[in-house]
Design a protein around this ligand. Structure first.
Ligand code: MN
Ligand code: MN
Length: 447
């Protein structure tokens, strides 16, 4: 049979077939490092701490904005006035936050529980019955700060949001719309059950307070000045007989955070000044002082690099990768994807020209010229890449930080790792895509 010749069609290829043997070995080494990063970065604060540690170890210039936002900078050959190469990713992930007055006792079930308020877009049912760890900080009356991390060590206790057994769920869950079956107010976490010996009420709650005071010196009012997050207590694991995939909490967006971090730590001889920027609060709309909507941090960094510079002209010449994960085509649910344009696991880093929903509402829509630049670069460097989009037109959609940065006059495009089961407690990525993402950011920042 004659060899098929097709020089003119665009076909997505498996990254596993593009990478050579040495690169394939690198993929698995890189993935191991990524998994430990995930295990050490279960919250935005912990991620920033890890980033700071890595930057200091490699003697890189790092700027911090409060406790959940940072930027690492590597100066290029050209002056700042010719623009920057920025990779921006977000360190926060969906989770259950504790309320300000969280502790109560349910006397009917003999349990003490914490009230929570979910953060980011979660499918609530996924967060019931799984082992949860508690991470975060408590600031005591005297101003001292306690760092919390309980549930990660094998000998630590974990916590759980109880669910009703299937025998009794007919009326209150099974016959309801999925979204109404579990109420946000019912995502309370069970934290203990032994009462103190007392004739009074709330004896389990009192016992918990006593235990917390013995262990940490805290009183109930201290929860008001705390940030405590319940996150899945799972560790990052390999998935599949071939160990090609990674399952872990928080890969949106710590996949891109890690790739951006590794890129800025490893780049050499960059033409333009490169910045890896790590922001918070993306999952709640990039609101607040540490988010992508607050441009003061970036402006102050530019000023710091060159006090006499006209910041706006630098911004206008700068180029940005919005480093956020993309939806991966999901088996059994392919009907919500338009498959020609969607990203699949293992086909490399995903490029989305635009985000948003409806008629590209609330989108950043990268120019064809900028898309061409990125496409040419990725092809030249033989980095596996594919197009991505967040589902069929009018099926849903979503945004990234891209639109906030493009408003500053910079060219911005979304480029990130495809994720399966996004926003679930155990998200899935392909190791080949993670490595492609890293190579893409590095090529961009060095170029
Ligand atoms: Mn994201
Ligand atoms: Mn997200």
């Amino acid at each position: 049979m004659a060899k098929k010749i097709d020089k003119f069609s665009y076909n997505k290829k498996s990254a596993w077939n593009i990478f050579n043997k040495t690169q394939t070995e690198q993929i698995f080494i890189f993935a191991d490092e990524y998994k430990s990063f995930l295990n050490n970065s279960k919250t935005e604060r912990e991620a920033i701490k890890e980033i700071l540690k890595c930057a200091n170890k490699k003697n890189k210039k790092i700027f911090l904005n409060k406790n959940s936002c940072a930027a690492i900078i590597v100066k290029g050959e050209k002056p700042i006035s010719e623009g920057l190469r920025i990779v921006i990713s977000h360190v926060d992930s969906p989770r259950l936050d504790l309320k300000q007055v969280p502790l109560f006792e349910d006397k009917d079930s003999n349990l003490a529980l914490f009230e929570t308020h979910y953060y980011g877009g979660i499918k609530k049912f996924q967060w019931l019955t799984i082992p949860l760890a508690l991470h975060g900080i408590i600031i005591k009356k005297d101003g001292s700060k306690i760092h919390f991390s309980i549930g990660e060590d094998e000998n630590d206790p974990v916590f759980q949001v109880p669910d009703i057994l299937p025998h009794l769920s007919h009326d209150i869950q099974d016959t309801k719309k999925m979204n109404d079956a579990i109420k946000g107010e019912n995502l309370d976490i069970a934290i203990g059950s032994i009462p103190i010996k007392d004739d009074d009420k709330d004896n389990i709650k009192k016992a918990i307070l006593k235990k917390l005071n013995d262990d940490y010196g805290i009183i109930e009012e201290d929860f008001i000045s705390a940030e405590l997050e319940a996150v899945p207590a799972f560790k990052a694991r390999d998935i599949g007989f071939d160990k090609s995939l990674i399952g872990s909490y928080g890969q949106d967006d710590r996949a891109c955070v890690f790739c951006s971090l590794k890129s800025i730590l490893n780049i050499k001889n960059s033409k333009y000044t490169a910045i890896s920027l790590f922001v918070d609060k993306e999952e709640i709309g990039s609101e607040g002082a540490t988010s992508a909507q607050s441009a003061s941090f970036l402006r102050s960094i530019i000023k710091n690099l060159d006090p006499k510079i006209d910041i706006d002209s630098v911004l206008l010449k700068s180029k940005v990768i919005s480093a956020d994960v993309d939806a991966a085509v999901t088996p059994n649910y392919t009907e919500v994807f338009e498959l020609k344009n969607s990203a699949s696991l293992g086909n490399g880093v995903a490029m989305s020209k635009f985000t948003g929903h409806g008629g590209k509402y609330s989108a950043n829509d990268a120019s064809a010229e900028y898309v061409s630049e990125i496409r040419t670069l990725l092809n030249k460097m033989k980095i596996p890449w594919q197009t991505g989009e967040l589902g069929k037109v009018d099926k849903g959609g979503g945004g990234t930080v891209a639109k906030y940065y493009s408003r500053l006059g910079m060219e911005v495009i979304d480029l990130g790792t495809p994720v399966l089961s996004m926003h679930s407690p155990f998200e899935v990525t392909s190791k080949a895509d993670i490595y492609s993402t890293y190579l893409a950011y590095k090529a961009f920042q060095e170029y």
